[in-house]
Design a protein around this ligand. Structure first.
Ligand code: COA
Length: 258
C-alpha cells in the first residue's frame, strides 16, 4: 500500500514502520506524504485504538530529513517542506488516540522531531537522539526548536542544537526525552504493553488528557480553561457513568468510547 512505510494492525495497535533502511530511514517528501495518510488512518479506522511509530532495521529510527533533497530547494520550497513537516507532526501530536515512538536506533534531525511529536518515547539501549542540523548549515524545521525545549528545557536544548551532539538512551531517559529504555528485543513488546494498558481506560478521557496537555504548550489556548471544559464534558459521557458505577460495584469497567 505504501512505498516508504509498512503498517499493520494487531490488538488495536497500528504499527507504522518507516521503511527506507538503506537510507537510515531518512524522511523524503514521498515518505512525509505517506506518513500523513497513515496518520489519517489512525484517526479514522475504528479498529485502531493507538499507534506506534518505529524504524525498519536495527540501526536507525530515522536519521533525519533526506539531505539529498536539500541541494535543489529554494527558500520558497523550504517553506513548503517545513509546512508539510509541521502539518504531519501536529496531526501526530493532536491525535485523540495515543501515538508512541519506539526508538530503535538513531533519531536525528527530523527523526528526533518525529519522535518528539509522539505522545511518549520508548528507546532501545543502542539508540541515540540529536539535532545535528547545524553541521549542515541548517536548523531543525519540523518543530524541533520548540518541542526539544518543551521536553528537556531551554539550556540543554540550546546546547544540543548548537553542538549537534548525540545523546545515548540512558541520558535521554534522565533528561526526560525518553520514558523507558529497553533492549532492542524488548522495545516493541514494552511499547505495546503501555499502549495495551491505555486501551483499558476510557477512550474519550484519554483524548481529553491529550488535548489538555497539548493546550499547556499553545499560546492561543488557556490550558486551565481547556481542562475545565474537557473535565465538564466527561459528565455527558456513558464512559463516566460506566467507570464510576463499576468502581462502586467493585467490577471492571467496560468502556465504549461513548
Ligand atoms: N538523508 C539522506 N541520506 C541519509 C541520511 C539522511 N539524513 N542519513 C543517512 N543517509 C544515507 C547515507 O547517505 C548512506 O547512503 P549510501 O549508502 O547511499 O551512501 C546510508 O544512509 C547509510 O548511512 P551511513 O552514513 O553510511 O551510515 P553510518 O552508520 O556510517 O552513519 C549516521 C549513520 C546516522 C550517523 C549518519 O548517516 C548521519 O550522520 N546521517 C545524517 C544525520 C543528519 O545530519 N540528520 C539531520 C538531517 S537535517
Amino acid at each position: 500500500m505504501y512505498n516508504t512505510l509498512t503498517t499493520n494492525v494487531k490488538d488495536g495497535i497500528m504499527e507504522i514502520a518507516i521503511n527506507r533502511p538503506d537510507k537510515m530511514n531518512a524522511l523524503n517528501q514521498e515518505l512525509m506524504k505517506e506518513l500523513a495518510l497513515a496518520i489519517d488512518d489512525v484517526y479514522k479506522n475504528t479498529e485502531v485504538h493507538s499507534a506506534l511509530i518505529t524504524g525498519t532495521g536495527p540501526k536507525a529510527f530515522v536519521a533525519g530529513a533526506d539531505i539529498s533533497e536539500f541541494l535543489a530547494l529554494s527558500a520558497e520550497q523550504g517553506t513548503e517542506l517545513a509546512k508539510l513537516g509541521h502539518m504531519v507532526f501536529q496531526r501526530i501530536e493532536e491525535s485523540p488516540k495515543p501515538i508512541a515512538a519506539a526508538v530503535n536506533g538513531f533519531a536525528l534531525g527530523g527523526g528526533c522531531e518525529l519522535a518528539m511529536a509522539c505522545h511518549f518515547r520508548v528507546m532501545s539501549d543502542n539508540a541515540k537522539f540529536g539535532q545535528p542540523e547545524v553541521n549542515l548549515g541548517i536548523i531543525p524545521g519540523y518543530g524541533g526548536t520548540q518541542r526539544l525545549v518543551q521536553l528537556i528545557g531551554k539550556g540543554k536544548a540550546l546546547e544540543l542544537m548548537m553542538t549537534g551532539d548525540m545523546i545515548g538512551a540512558e541520558e535521554a531517559r534522565r533528561l526526560g526525552w525518553s520514558n523507558h529504555v529497553t533492549t532492542l528485543d524488548d522495545l516493541l513488546p514494552k511499547t505495546r504493553s503501555i499502549l495495551q494498558k491505555i486501551h483499558e481506560k476510557a477512550p474519550l478521557a484519554i483524548a481529553k488528557v491529550i488535548k489538555c496537555v497539548n493546550a499547556y504548550f499553545k499560546f492561543d489556548a488557556n490550558g486551565f480553561e481547556t481542562e475545565i471544559a474537557e473535565f465538564a464534558s466527561c459528565f455527558a459521557t456513558q464512559d463516566l457513568q460506566e467507570g464510576a458505577a463499576a468502581f462502586i460495584e467493585k467490577r471492571k469497567p467496560v468502556f465504549k468510547g461513548e
